[in-house]
Every structure is written in structure tokens, then in C-alpha cells.
Design a protein around this ligand. Structure first.
Ligand code: FMN
Length: 184
């Protein structure tokens, strides 16, 4: 079955390691015939949630007219699978991805009459440290977020030992990312 796949990337670096994972993932998914949308949270303007509790008061998820979460929210609503692609920053998501996650608050408030439950999600992450334990906190947080949203974590691909741009280029993780996309 053809799926709508949304990939949200959160690296501020062009051609960063996590972004490369996303590109290969997208390639695999497209080769399988899925519809893939890539949204770059680092290049778009997603401000941190300020808890104004004005979600939906102007008909859109976020009441700030210039916040690109209002475009992203429509992609989220229509997606079957949401892929979060992030560099590991201080054992967790980059601020760019965290701002997106914070904005999902708009789907948890009483004024929301839309449901985004029952989606699948995937986490792609790159880190400088080669020790897999560096992903522990991120993984726990990701699982809690998904439980809360009513989403199912379909898979995770966590790649350590890649620090500089280009480090991932010779890594077998890129093939794994492509297979992950193809196997959806
Ligand atoms: C602000 C910042 C925090 C970081 N924190 C960690 C960390 O906690 N653990 C780690 O292994 N690498 C850390 N790194 C390194 C990045 O995770 C690593 O370079 C990653 O591959 C970057 O992904 P990107 O190329 O997609 O931007 C950090 C880098 C930055 C800039």
C-alpha cells in the first residue's frame, strides 16, 4: 500500500550526517512507490512554543502567522509515517526538532478538533560518539512522546562515530537507511 511519508530534518548543516540518512531513507521509500515529503525544520522558521494557548484560534495550529509549523502541521495530518531526522545534541534532539515536537502541543489542547493519532514514526540520528549508550536518553524520550501521541515507533536508526560533515559517506548506515525506507 502506498504511504504518505513525512521526513522532518533537524540538522542546521547542509549535507550533515543525519540529513544524509534522510536522503537515503527517502530514496528507498520513493523506489517502493511511496509519496515522500521532506521538511527541513532548520531552514524553516519554527519558533519554540510559548504556551500562549492560542492554538487554533485563528483556524491554524499555531496562532503566529509567520510560523512555518502551520505548513508542517498540514503535512503531519496527512502523513501515515513521520520520520524525525536529528543530530544528537547533548544526548537528545537538536533544538530545531525539539521545537517541532513542542508545537505538537497544539494537538493536545481542548480547542483542537483534529486527531493525529495512529501514525507510525521512525527516528534517524547521527552522533559523534561511537558509544551506543549516548542514544539512551533520546530513545527513552522518543518512546514516551510516541506513547503520548498514540503513535507506534516502527524503527530507529542511530549512527554513532560520525562527527564531521561527510563522515557518514562511507558508512553502511546509509544502505540501512535506504532499506528502511524501502521496507515500509
Ligand atoms: C551543539 C552540539 C551538541 C552535540 N552533542 C553531542 C552529544 O551529546 N553526543 C555526541 O555523540 N555528539 C554530539 N554532537 C556531535 C553531533 O551529534 C554529530 O556531529 C552529528 O553527526 C551531527 O549531525 P549532522 O551532521 O546531521 O548535523 C554535538 C554537536 C553539537 C554541534
Amino acid at each position: 500500500m502506498k504511504k504518505n511519508i513525512l521526513i522532518i530534518t533537524g540538522s542546521p548543516r547542509d549535507n550533515g550526517n543525519s540529513t544524509e540518512l534522510s536522503k537515503y531513507f527517502a530514496k528507498g521509500a520513493q523506489n517502493k512507490g511511496h509519496q515522500v515529503t521532506i521538511f527541513n525544520a532548520a531552514k524553516n522558521k519554527i519558533n519554540p512554543c510559548v504556551n500562549c494557548d492560542n492554538c487554533w484560534k485563528k483556524g491554524k495550529a499555531c496562532s503566529f502567522d509567520n510560523d512555518h509549523f502551520n505548513e508542517l502541521s498540514e503535512y503531519i495530518e496527512s502523513s501515515d509515517v513521520v520520520v524525525f531526522s536529528t543530530p544528537l545534541y547533548w544526548f537528545t534532539f537538536s533544538a530545531q526538532i525539539k521545537s517541532v515536537i513542542d508545537k505538537l502541543y497544539s494537538y493536545c489542547v481542548p480547542s483542537c478538533n483534529k486527531s493525529i493519532k495512529n501514525k507510525e514514526s521512525i527516528l534517524l540520528c547521527s552522533a559523534g560518539d561511537p558509544n551506543n549508550a549516548v542514544f539512551n536518553s533520546l530513545l527513552l524520550t522518543f518512546k514516551d512522546i510516541n506513547n503520548y501521541l498514540g503513535w507506534t515507533v516502527k524503527d530507529t536508526l542511530l549512527v554513532g562515530g560520525v562527527f564531521n560533515v561527510g563522515d557518514i559517506n562511507t558508512n553502511t548506515a546509509l544502505n540501512k537507511a535506504e532499506s528502511l525506507g524501502y521496507c515500509l
